[in-house]
Design a protein around this ligand. Structure first.
Ligand code: SF4
Ligand code: FE
Length: 484
């Protein structure tokens, strides 16, 4: 397993083509806007070496028997799935942000199920290829970006009817050596902190879409792959001298648009091509795994609750009964998120390949809760924090010889607490609740791993409403068939 330092060094060896604010970034690792997101991934490596977290952060490879980072592991039991939930919560609570590496883990697990199933149906050899790739990822302890979301163009049209076919990533050429692909993947979490990029289709497909039914993996610095960084609200605060206004100066996340400009993929890296009936299943399996991963938000909730309690103490309101009750409510909501992730893990089942898949209905219920409850948790945190959170002058004002002394005098709360510490907590709560950490808490809770409607579709599909009706009718004594 790599250490955090070795991980950072390995990123320096990559030759990624990254653009931000219209310019190519030559030194991605040290860029002040990107760096906090790299720190968050680096902690997934660091904690794996800490004896206190070994049980959660590492696993035994079912391929080699070696100890590996759990982010590279294929779940071999329901217990593995529960440990995955706990790893997400732990990482979320240690970083207060998105740590990005789950997307690759969820892609690997989904592919371990689907490649096996495609082979069983068609006698292809994807699973063997995939296992070889997996061993490479595990042996080198790599971070993978799981790239699913296409840019989609006109949402009312399937891939093959788009006026511009590149709206969905697709194969433009094939020969005996491999395929050439073109398209783009949007909202790629942690893309420029990754060694590998694993591409999967984004929707169910029909026969006419078979050129779009493609899954493969490539080194992230392959010729023709271009990364364009997404903005985050208040991102340029990271360029300022003072660190307090960043809210969470150490950790963060990032998203990028990843363009594939006629990129060559050798056959040994292709895990699905033209098996369009399996595109939807791969999407569902990845989505279910990734919806379970949102236990990360209960970890971020832990630090937000801790920050709310701290600011209440700094403000001197912590003994008020309504403040105590709000902290209880935040805790109740946060544990509800965690409970959903644990439940879908405990109820996970073995697939033909041997991989354990989460209970997909419960995974979708878990993520649907995540689209709602963090907003209420954030509302309560802002209630407790008070309005100063958004009217606080800048770090530079506090450090100014002219106005700093006034600010430090008048913006003090409890006499034993410095105004600087009070600012630190207020900026941290602002960071989580008001968009400075959109990748990390609220907006990502809403749209990450699929927007709310995506879960409702899967909940509807799996709710077995007929069975529920049969139960009700039996108790009501309704026996005849109705014609409705
Ligand atoms: Fe992982 Fe959560 Fe970030 Fe998704 S939002 S990549 S589950 S930390
Ligand atoms: Fe996500």
């Amino acid at each position: 397993m790599m250490t955090a330092k070795e991980y950072e060094a390995s990123l320096r060896r990559l030759n990624l083509k990254v653009y931000m604010f219209g310019r190519r970034i030559e030194n991605v690792v040290d860029d002040p806007i990107i760096r906090p997101s790299m720190n968050a991934v680096a902690l997934t490596y660091g904690l794996a070496h800490d004896p206190a977290y070994r049980e959660i952060m590492t696993a035994t490879s079912h391929l080699t028997g070696k100890t590996i980072n759990r982010f590279c592991h294929i779940h071999q039991s329901a217990d593995d799935l529960v440990k995955k939930t706990d790893m997400g919560r732990l990482m979320g609570s240690m970083t207060g942000s998105c740590f990005q590496r789950c997307v690759g883990m969820d892609s690997l697990n989904a592919l371990s199920v689907t490649t096996f199933d495609i082979d069983a149906e068609y006698g292809t050899a994807y699973y063997k290829r995939f296992l070889k790739y997996l061993e490479y990822v595990q042996e080198n302890d790599l971070t993978c970006d799981g790239a699913m979301t296409d840019t989609k163009g006109d949402r009312s049209l399937p891939p093959h009817q788009q006026p511009d076919p590149d709206m969905y990533l697709h194969v433009v050429k094939e020969d005996e050596n491999g395929i050439v692909v073109r398209g783009a993947k949007a909202h790629q979490t942690g893309a420029v902190n990754s060694h590998e990029i694993i591409v999967m289709p984004t929707v169910s497909m029909r026969e006419a879409d078979q050129d779009f039914a493609v899954s493969f993996a490539l080194p992230s610095d392959t010729e023709g792959i271009i990364y364009i960084m997404g903005r985050q609200s208040c991102d340029t605060r990271k360029l300022e001298k003072g660190r307090i206004d960043c809210g969470n100066p150490l950790f963060g996340g990032h998203e990028a648009l990843v363009v594939f400009d006629n990129v060559f993929v050798p056959w040994e890296r292709v895990f699905m091509y033209k098996e369009y009936e399996f595109a939807g299943r791969l999407v569902e399996q990845f989505a279910s795994y990734h919806r379970q991963s949102y236990a990360c938000k209960s970890g971020v909730g832990d630090v937000l609750i801790g920050a709310a309690q701290t600011i209440a103490e700094f403000n001197g309101t912590h003994k008020a009964s309504h403040i105590k009750d709000k902290i209880i409510e935040m805790t109740h909501l946060n544990e509800t998120l965690y409970a959903g992730s644990v439940a879908c893990a405990c109820k996970g089942e073995k697939q033909p390949s041997g991989t354990y898949l989460v209970h997909t209905l419960l995974a979708n219920v878990c993520k649907q809760n995540v689209t709602r409850l963090p907003f209420e948790i954030a509302r309560l945190a802002q209630d407790i924090a008070g309005g100063l959170m958004v009217t606080l002058p800048s770090d530079e004002d506090f450090n100014s010889a002219e106005v700093g002394p006034w600010l430090n005098k008048y913006l003090k709360g409890n006499d034993s607490v410095s105004t600087t510490d009070r600012r630190r907590v207020l900026r941290f709560i602002e960071n989580l609740c008001l968009g400075t950490a959109a990748v990390g808490y609220l907006t990502e809770s809403m749209h990450g791993a699929g927007s709310p409607q995506a879960q409702r579709i899967m909940i509807a599909r799996q709710s077995d409403i007929q069975k529920k009706q049969a139960l009700a009718k039996k108790l009501c004594g309704i026996t005849g068939k109705s014609n409705v």
